[in-house]
Design a protein around this ligand. Structure first.
Ligand code: FUL
Length: 597
């Protein structure tokens, strides 16, 4: 592939040879040599710049904002899009003040509705009443980013449930490239292009074969400095939408990016996918033939859904949840991509803005004092080497921050940190990989000195920063989310596939909820469904005929479906199929009902 050919080059820096973004192990390479080479794999300049952003924001906004759905089906009327108070500067200003350095807008989500007046389809803002059909959300956001010196990225969904040509592969690929060309030519610099991995069937039931190579070349031609994320080879999806990175996170990884034709074969041979826990250890290196600098990005929404839904105004993630996410993303050698969805007015909601401010204030307070003296002089650490650091007098710490100079490769495999008190060294914590940034939390410790030991490293690690902070404890203030009003003790399961339940008495229902057990995805989970009620368990009335738990596979949170009007029911039945269209298995504990007042 052309894309690899141009990126696969090496350069000389000091003694070691460096490989930029990709390397291949010649046949028969020993494990020892592989580890040595892996240590010399480095990011491309744009990957390095991207990693340093640390905090980036997603803006999921579009027709779903007005329908209350997570995945539109493409039949939506553009007339529904009318954000009367749209203010892109309000989005960017608030995100900037909260420390975010890039925003990525869903220029087109799976429903195909374009937020810019594209020439490729009528299904866009140009057909909406907003700004009299003369508006352009992409441009307004771009201008706000320029004003506030914010980096700017676009999400363009390859899956398009509106385009008639979807599934006619060559035609749709041309259509998609035309959309990409508009976005990458008319809005100044674009720093990140985000291609989602979700890929369903077209309106005609046909599968689309994407021409990733041509998409890639279009980006290279029009925005050569942009990073290409997810279905791209610069930035890797961390593997969940919960805001949870890996404690051991290698940016130099054996995972072949999905856009390469050989990815399926390579990844299968190694028995891995983007969700695998281990993507870079010595064990997987032993089996691999090539290696990629392919760092992870943690994408998560500040609310349960990706799009704004008024009923989630009370479910904005707590400060505790956001700080945990922060330590488990930025603190785990990842970049955080936090979604803050504009509401129907076209503004970030007050609750989200208030939480962003709290989150920023928390970090500001924590980082205000670095207790380590002279922690940012380069330390070339071989395996087993330690270095002591003096601390400011009276230091009380509970966070250690370590950084490697990844421009020279990612090398630390494990480390430990000790504190000296009254002449006695005490272990404060241990960790594995460091990479661009690793933050380790441990119980409060009042110590006079710190000792960091690199227990194991590939070649010699380049530690460029050692810092220690005190983070205030944050109380958890999220209540239990209640999604079932009846006691299951009174229920009787009268059918298991499909699941049918006798509720024990006749009730008036406003909604039902499907909540995957442990909020975990499984292959037998429900995706498409119909929901019926009955008075006697024999004659059923369909309340929802063609429902879809959109995105449940990636974001397996409770899915509440509110009926158009309350219904009376003694029996309920959920008929469902899985994402791969086989019969779903739903447990009684995964179902809840909400009574009408
Ligand atoms: C997913 C999509 O299906 C969601 O709707 C959302 O856009 C998320 C960021 O990616 O795969």
């Amino acid at each position: 592939m052309v894309m690899l050919a141009c990126l696969y080059f090496t350069c000389l820096s000091g003694q070691a040879q460096h490989y930029v973004k990709h390397l291949e192990f010649p046949p028969g390479t020993s494990l020892e040599r592989k580890i040595d080479m892996a240590a010399c794999l480095v990011p491309s300049p744009q990957q390095l710049e991207w990693q340093r952003l640390e905090l980036t924001a997603f803006l999921h906004f579009g027709i779903n904002t007005f329908t209350g759905r997570e995945w539109g089906d493409g039949t939506e009327n553009p007339a529904w899009f009318n954000p009367a108070e749209l203010d892109a500067e309000q989005w960017v200003r608030n995100l900037k003040e909260a420390g975010f350095r890039m925003v990525i807008l869903t220029a087109k989500h799976h429903d195909g509705f374009c937020l810019w007046p594209t020439k490729t389809t009528k299904h866009s803002v140009a057909s909406s009443p907003w700004r009299g059909g003369k508006g352009d959300v992409v441009k307004e956001l771009r201008d706000a980013c320029t004003k506030y010196d914010m980096k700017f990225g676009v999400y363009l969904s390859p899956w398009d449930r509106n385009a008639a040509c979807y599934g006619d592969s060559p035609r749709y690929n041309r259509f998609f490239i035309d959309q990409l060309t508009e976005l990458l030519s008319n809005y100044g610099e674009v720093h990140e292009v985000w291609f989602d991995g979700a890929n369903g069937e077209g309106p005609n039931g046909k599968k689309q074969i994407y021409d990733w190579d041509a998409f890639y070349k279009t980006i290279q031609r029009l925005q050569p400095k942009a990073t290409m994320a997810i279905m791209g080879d610069d930035v890797r999806w961390v593997g969940n939408e919960k805001g949870l990175g890996r404690e051991t996170e290698w940016s130099s990884t054996v995972l072949t990016p999905g856009i390469y034709a050989r990815s399926e074969k390579n990844n299968k041979a190694l028995g891995i996918n983007g969700k695998s826990e281990d993507l870079g250890s010595r064990q997987v290196l032993a089996k691999a033939n090539e290696l990629f600098w392919y760092p992870s990005e943690v994408d998560v929404s500040i609310r349960p859904g990706w799009f704004y839904h008024a009923e989630e105004d009370g479910k904005v993630k707590s400060l505790k949840q956001l700080t945990d996410i922060y330590f488990q993303s930025v603190g785990y050698n990842s970049v955080l991509l936090l979604n803050v969805p504009p509401d129907r007015r076209g503004r970030l909601h007050e609750n989200d803005v208030a939480r962003l401010k709290e989150f920023a204030a928390y970090r500001e307070k924590m980082f205000a004092v670095d207790y380590v003296e002279e922690g940012n002089t380069l330390w070339k650490a071989a395996s087993g080497e330690s270095r002591e650091y003096a601390l400011r007098p009276g230091a009380k710490i509970n966070v250690l921050l370590l950084q490697e100079d990844i421009a020279k490769g990612q090398r630390v495999e494990s480390f430990k940190v000790e504190g000296l008190k009254n002449g006695i060294w005490k272990c404060l914590g241990e960790g594995t990989t460091v990479g661009y940034k690793r933050m380790l939390r441990f119980p409060d410790a009042e110590v006079d000195r710190l000792r960091v030991t690199v227990l194991s490293a590939r070649r010699v690690a380049n530690i460029c920063n050692v810092a220690a902070y005190y983070a205030d404890a944050v109380a958890e203030n999220v209540g239990h989310v209640k999604w079932n009003d009846l006691s299951r003790d009174e229920w009787e399961v009268v059918g298991s596939q499909p699941l049918a339940i006798d509720l024990g008495r006749t009730v008036r229902l406003r909604a039902f909820t499907y909540a995957p057990l442990n909020e975990t995805a499984k292959p037998t989970m429900a995706f498409r469904y119909s929901f019926s009620v009955s008075a006697d368990g024999r004659r059923w009335k369909k309340v929802v005929a063609n429902g879809e738990f959109s995105n449940v596979m990636h974001n397996p949170l409770p899915q509440t479906v509110t009926f158009v009007e309350p219904v009376e029911a003694r029996f309920i039945k959920l008929e469902a199929t899985t994402p791969t269209s086989s019969e779903a298995v739903v447990e009684v504990d995964e179902i809840g009902v909400t009574l009408a007042e």
